[in-house]
Design a binder for this molecule. Sequence first.
Ligand SMILES: [Zn+2]
Length: 340
Amino acid sequence: MQDQLTINRRHFLGFAGLAAGSAALSFSPSRAFGSVFLAEDGSILEWRELSKGVQAMVDMNTGGNSLAVVSGHSVLLIDTKFPQLGRALKTDAEGFAGDGAELILVNSHHHGDHTGGNCSVVPDATASYAHKNAIPRIEESFDGVKANARKAEQTVIDSGGSDALAKSARFTQRAAAKWTKASITPKNPVEGSKNSFDAGELGVNLYHFGSGHTDNDLVIHIPERNLMHTGDLVFSGLNPFFDPNGGYSARGWIASLQGAYKLCDADTTVVPGHGAVGDRSIIENQIHYLEQLIDAVQQEIDNGVSKEDAAKKSWSFMDELGFEQIKPRAIQAVYDELAG
Ligand SMILES: [Zn+2]
């Protein structure tokens, strides 16, 4: 438990720090999944094959969950974790699709644990999508990302990463000197509630249901694979992260989840932003968590409890979940929203 707690705290510092644009960064390799799930030898990172042509880089310690979906000679990469991992994600994703692969990127939202590796991916991608509200926020993170990239190899070594990953990070470190803001910025901003494009033979739909986790969340849905990546609208088995500066709305978050849920059937594979892959029940669980959080915080407000005192509380729906340290943030954020 202590180990888990330490990992969670490190992780929290990692993505919270990046979200705030600070230099804080964390990474440690995970052995959370057995080798039976790992992609075939040759990958730098430890991918899980969810189905044929669908590889997920899902763990608790390397930032947001990434997904690589192959169709023919095209590969769709969703989210790029931290700067020291971007090149490895790109190399592996292209490797899944074979020589001369066409690379397409989607950022689920702007947070630095989902876009930190963009500079290694965007320049070589034939298309790179993010919500238009994400674009200035991603650009703002550039200086911090570049600074972290310049110590990428040491970051990997300090965290016990593999030699192959350290080598990849060394390349990133050298390349970083030439990066500009254009390197990190997706070239294809989207707006409106639904956008579609093709990745190889696959149709890919990007949904934006309004403000939720941030003001720029995209739900990525690939009907032909019955596959969805929710970004950070879903923290599976974890307390969710609230960023006061990210344009969140707890009520909007629920509405976004309801929109995503309607796209699913009982067999849909749902990849959350953090935590384990599941089915549509992980979306339901997140809805229930947020509904209970809103009710509990409203009760505190109605009882005249201050924000500071409310933030010290916990309720049963928050127990037995990871990311315990971010519970007060969640309470404070919802308090501000409801009291405001
Ligand atoms: Zn996020």
